[in-house]
Design a protein around this ligand. Structure first.
Ligand SMILES: Cc1cc2nc3c(=O)[nH]c(=O)nc-3n(C[C@H](O)[C@H](O)[C@H](O)COP(=O)(O)OP(=O)(O)OC[C@H]3O[C@@H](n4cnc5c(N)ncnc54)[C@H](O)[C@@H]3O)c2cc1C
Length: 485
């Protein structure tokens, strides 16, 4: 019997676990280690963050689903990997610390034959002084609880507008190296929509504060669309949305610090600014979750497995060549950790080889560039791909060929809603193929047939459909595996 251990029960880890349970049945032991008892459909946190959905609509307990799928669930966080084993045994192991109330803090070492690191992002609020819910200055929508708090604060702003007060709302990125611009973009238009529905939009100044140097960059260097035979860009398309809704963009910004009611930031031209706000939702930069690695004799080998960002090094080109020289083939295909044929990192947990958006620094040398996004769809595809590889290696032996899924071959859809009403909702729907541009195959880096942007009610329906479809899939309801990642 083989032991497969999956760290993390988010999009990538949960997808891997469900597929492995389908592929391996009960012959082998699949264990998921994750600190939270509940699964969260993170994209819908946006709707929780404006009060359109409750926390209960976007989370559900993991234990009953894993029990039904014969997956062992350990509510704990991984803290260290011992890929060569330890003094007691040469079987690889992971050190975990339990987080469930009765066992909180208990340390344990569990053995594995195959390990999947799907631990997602470490929300690095600490990278920016004064940023984040723990300081009470800015809110976030990264977790369902954060989103509940954001909705409460937004209600307060709307009440004050109703009382005739002018309010400034700032939504965007809390650091120059943030990723996930799509989420902030979606949230700002949902906030705009809430203010309109409340009839107070004229009393609110809504600012989108971003590290993108151009609107529509989204950390993927922007997109070129084919519209009615003409080429247009995500920049033009996005700009028109900002104009139409009266949302004020501030581009190329690195948030330096936040004080109660004031955000201080530097822009690409090297100037420093202070913006007063009544409400601010600023996303933190992401890093890898703190995981150490040790040799059999206890020597620390963290640098061998992880990049300085804390993300795990996989089969990518990390030689650090200049931006102009990178190519689509630098991106990982198998997600296998360097030097190990039984460890993988999927979803946000793997270290990207380089920026997709052109790296820029301010006149003072401050890096102000979106980091590459690893959104839900590719994270799910990576989880499934690695599950297929592990199942093959268990059934056919360690030499079985790894399955491949490069972000330079994979498409992604991003549907950014702007309101959650079935009749009046709207959304900016974008599809791109591939995610990582490949200039050797496409003159614009991406297929013009499969890279599109559309605005309208239909996109909103798609977003709502995705909400129900993915929660259905994540609950492993009948036929779940027929729903694509
Ligand atoms: C507000 C918001 C909106 C978004 N909207 C969209 C969208 O519309 N479309 C889209 O495609 N993407 C969207 N994304 C991005 C999407 O949520 C991520 O791409 C996706 O969740 C990444 O999957 P993951 O499995 O890598 O990480 P996660 O889903 O974050 O999962 C990580 C898992 O690891 C666990 N974990 C953490 N530390 C440890 C540890 N030490 N040991 C074990 N487990 C650990 C976590 O508890 C969690 O279960 C959005 C993101 C945000 C923040």
């Amino acid at each position: 019997m083989s032991d497969v251990v999956i760290l993390g029960a988010g999009v990538a880890g949960h997808t891997a676990a469900l597929h492995l349970s389908r592929l391996l049945g009960r012959e082998h032991r699949i264990t998921v280690v994750s600190p939270n008892s509940h699964w969260n459909w993170i994209p819908s946190n946006i709707w929780v963050g404006v009060g359109k959905m409750s926390k209960q609509d976007v989370v559900f307990p993991l234990a009953p689903i894993y029990a039904r799928r014969h997956i062992r669930f350990i509510q704990a966080k991984a803290v260290a990997i011992r890929p060569y084993g330890d003094a007691e045994s040469d079987r690889p192991a992971v050190d975990i610390v339990h987080t469930s109330p009765p066992e909180d803090g208990r340390e344990e070492r569990i053995r594995y034959d195959f390990l999947v690191n799907a631990t997602g992002p470490n929300l690095r609020f600490g990278a920016t002084e004064g940023l984040g819910p723990q300081h009470g200055t800015t809110v976030s929508v990264c977790t369902a609880d954060h989103a509940v708090e954001a909705a409460g604060r937004l209600r307060g702003v709307i009440e004050r507008c109703r009382a005739g007060e002018h309010q400034t709302l700032v939504v965007g990125m809390g650091h120059g190296t943030c990723t996930c611009e799509g989420a902030a973009f979606e949230y700002v238009f949902n906030v705009d929509n809430e203010l309109r529905e409340a009839g107070v939009r004229d009393l609110a100044r809504v600012v989108y504060l971003t590290n993108e140097s151009r609107l529509g960059d989204f950390g993927v260097g922007g997109m070129v669309f084919n519209e009615g035979g003409y080429q247009t860009t995500s920049e033009l398309w996005t700009e028109s949305l900002f104009r139409e809704r009266g949302v004020e963009p501030i581009l190329g910004a690195h948030v330096e610090r936040v004080e109660p009611g004031t955000v201080h930031f530097e822009t690409l031209d090297g100037t420093h600014h202070a913006l007063d706000f009544d409400f601010a939702m600023l996303l933190p930069p992401f890093g890898g979750v703190p995981l150490a690695a040790f040799d059999r004799d206890g020597t620390e080998i963290t640098q061998q497995l992880f990049a300085p960002s804390g993300f795990m090094k996989v089969d990518a080109d990390y030689s650090g060549k200049p931006y102009e020289q990178w190519s689509a083939s630098d991106w990982p295909q198998t997600y296998q950790a360097q030097g190990f044929d039984n460890i993988w990192a999927v979803g946000i947990a793997f270290a990207p080889p380089h920026q997709i958006s052109r790296p820029l620094t301010s006149a003072n040398g401050t890096v102000i560039t979106p980091s590459p996004p690893r959104t839900g769809m590719p994270s799910g595809v990576m989880g499934k791909t690695v599950a297929l590889t592990i199942a093959d290696r268990i059934r056919r032996g360690p030499r079985a060929e790894a399955h491949r899924a490069s972000m330079a071959d994979m498409g992604a859809a991003c549907v950014a809603s702007a309101g959650a009403n079935l009749r009046t909702g709207s959304a900016a729907a974008m599809t791109m193929m591939p995610i990582v541009p490949d200039y050797t195959r496409f003159p614009t880096g991406r297929s013009l047939d499969d890279t599109r942007g559309e605005l309208g009610l239909a996109g909103h329906w798609v977003k709502l459909l995705l909400h129900y479809m993915f929660i259905y899939k994540a609950k492993a309801r009948p036929g779940w595996f027929l729903i694509p990642e």
